[in-house]
Design a protein around this ligand. Sequence first.
Ligand SMILES: [Fe+2]
Ligand SMILES: [Fe+2]
Length: 297
Amino acid sequence: MFLFLIVARLSNRYSNPQRKRGEVEKRDPMGTDGRSAAMAAKVAEHVEKLPPVPELVLRLRATLSHPDATFADVVPLLDHDPGLSADLLKFANSARYGVAHRVDSLREAVLYVGMGHLAEFVSTTFLERTLMTTYSSTKGMHQYVDHSRAIADRTRDLVRRSGLAAAHQERASLIGLLHDIGRLVLMLAGSTHMWLAVNASPESMAKFVEHEQDLWGLDHCIVGATICRKWDFPDIFATAIEGHHGPWTGAQVCPEAAFVFLAHFKGIAGIDEAMARAMPEPVFRQLHLTPKDIAGS
Ligand SMILES: [Fe+2]
Ligand SMILES: [Fe+2]
C-alpha cells in the first residue's frame, strides 16, 4: 500500500503540465510517461526498503514533543540504547558545549544538550547510522557525507546570523544534513555512481534539477521529501527539502528551504554581488540576511 502511494505521488508530480512536457517528449522517443513511471517505481522500491525509524526514536520524539517532558521521562528511554547514550555523552563532552569537567551521566548530558535539542540530536544520530549502514558501499558516499555535513553547519550558521533561536538552528541544521538524501536514492535507482558537484553557481543548482528531470523524469527534492514522510519527520522537513533548489528561480519556498539553498554558496568569493544582482530581494528580507552574510566565511 505504502509503495503504491509513493509511486502515485511521484508520478503525479511529474504529470504536472508546467514541467515543459512537450520539450522532454521530443527528446525522448521511448516516451516520457513510461520512463518516468518505471523510474518512479524503482525509486519507490528503494524508499520502501529503507529501514523504518526505530521504535525507541519514535518514543523519544513523542515524549520530547510534550512541552512539560522532564528528565525522568527521557533518561530511562535513552538508557535502553547504549549506542545512543554513548553518542549523547560524546556530544555533551564536545568542544561545542565548552563544559569544563567530564560529563559522565546521561542526566547531566541531557542537561547540557537541552531538552529542546534532544529530538534533533536523536534524529541526527538515527539518520547518520542509517545512511552508514544502508549506503556504505555506494560510490560517492563520502562526497555525499562531506557535502551534507558542510551544508548542515553552514545552514546553522546562517540561521544564527538571522537572529533565530538555538532550537531553530538545530532544526535547520538537521534539514541541511538531510537535504540531498534523495540524490542517494536516485543514484542507486538510476544505476549511476556519479556525485556531481552542484555548488559552483546558483544557476547550476537550478539546472541540476532540470537535468535530473530530463534524465529520469524525477528529481531528488521530491524523493527526499518522500523519505522525510516515510520517517515521520515533522512536515517542515519535507516542505524545505522539496523547495531547496527553488529560490533562484523565484519559487515561493519556506525560510528553511531558502537557508539550505543559500548555504550552498556560503564563502564563495564574489557571491554577494551575484546574489544581489539576481536573487529576488524578498528572499533576503524574509530571512533577515543580506548578500554579505552569504559571502562571509
Ligand atoms: Fe539538492
Ligand atoms: Fe546540496
